[in-house]
Design a protein around this ligand. Structure first.
Ligand code: ADP
Ligand code: ASP
Ligand code: MG
Length: 330
């Protein structure tokens, strides 16, 4: 019997039907004999909605950092309680915990706190009683007993830290796309999906703008050699393994990602040599490109349209010719 941590993102728990589907998936893992810890994000766009609500009440809402954290942690709390109810309806014994109850201890930085320690005593006690434990993602408590949040997308980080602290066999990140692709499949036509990728490559992707994984989750997974599986929360079989090392042969160019503010693109190559060769081969179209390790940065003008067009054309030039791949069908 293995211990697995499953994290469900906002879209995956976005409606009552989806919460019931998530509960059914958790129940399946339980029936298969695994111990399961579940981390949930806030439903759908509820974090954005709470931010908008705060701004309607107070134009300076974003400066009220402590109170924003008190507000936003409510989103995950709603999702955890509803998921626990749906799971109980399937006769699966379970309990939900806030980040604080689960022993997620952070520093004091409201809105972008770092996890400094996990004290998962209550989680372990409930697992020992045979329960599924559902934890609210994206939140913790500081040593001064203040409630904190981990930054946007931080539920991934909750999941990976819990997985390492509990010595889980793996951490599954269940989301709205079928794994990690060579570019954001919602922006780039024909993006390539991978069956496996090295953790280090996905850390680069996360640091340079790929939303699919939170960069601190990837840093921690790499540091602890934790195997992750990123997959679709409904289509059970499709997904990407993220491992310290992979056994399959990877193509020279793995991904193209755009910065959130559209100020640049980053090409992520398999290794330094592949980046150097890619820079030389691209010279005629882009002028001199200077790789930094396995990365090549391409500055952009900063508007969304230019960014999207550049993403597609660099993907067409570098990744599309690299051979057959599983196509993304939304
Ligand atoms: P969740 O709410 O499940 O955490 P996110 O929206 O944070 O989901 O992350 C999933 C999204 O990441 C996808 O819908 C996709 O648009 C985006 N994304 C960006 N880059 C990539 C990539 N390289 N591979 C897969 N998805 C990506
Ligand atoms: N709900 C938070 C957000 O929208 C955290 C997360 O989804 O991981 O950023
Ligand atoms: Mg996310």
């Amino acid at each position: 019997m293995a211990l697995i941590v499953q994290k469900y993102g906002g879209t995956s728990v976005g409606t009552p039907e989806r919460i019931r589907a998530v509960a059914a998936r958790i129940a399946k893992a339980r029936v298969a004999g695994d111990d399961v810890v579940v981390v949930v994000s806030a439903m759908g766009h509820s974090t954005d909605e709470l931010i908008a609500l705060a701004e309607k009440v107070s134009p300076q809402a974003r400066t009220h950092l402590r109170e924003m954290d008190m507000l936003l942690t409510a989103g995950e709390r709603v999702a955890m309680a509803l998921t626990a109810m749906a799971l109980r309806d399937l006769s699966v014994d379970c309990v939900s915990f806030t980040g604080s109850q689960a022993g997620i201890i952070t520093d004091e930085s409201h809105s972008s706190a770092r996890i400094v320690e996990i004290r998962p005593t209550r989680v372990q006690e409930e697992l020992a009683r045979g329960k599924v434990v559902i934890v609210a993602g994206f939140q913790g408590v500081s040593r001064a007993k203040e409630i904190t949040t981990l930054g946007r997308g931080g539920s991934d980080t909750t999941a990976v830290y819990l997985a390492t602290a509990l010595k889980a066999a793996r951490c599954e990140i269940l989301t709205d796309v079928r794994g990690v692709f060579s570019a954001d499949p919602r922006l780039v036509h024909d993006a390539r999906s991978y069956t496996e990728l090295p953790l280090a490559a996905v850390l680069h992707m996360a640091r340079h703008g790929a939303q699919v994984m939170h960069h601190r989750a990837m840093e921690h997974a790499l540091q602890h050699g934790m195997t992750l599986w990123v997959g679709h929360s409904v289509e059970a079989e499709a997904g990407t393994w993220l491992r310290p090392q992979v056994t399959s042969t990877l193509p020279p160019v793995l991904a193209v990602v755009s910065a959130e503010d559209c100020s640049c693109l980053t090409i992520i190559a398999r290794d330094e040599a592949a980046a150097a060769a890619t820079a030389v081969a691209s010279h005629a179209v882009a002028g001199q490109l200077t790789p930094s390790g396995p990365l090549i940065k391409i500055p952009l003008s900063g508007d969304e349209k230019t960014c999207r067009a550049a993403l597609q054309s660099w993907h067409d030039a570098l990744i599309a010719p690299q051979g057959p791949h599983r196509r993304y069908t939304p």
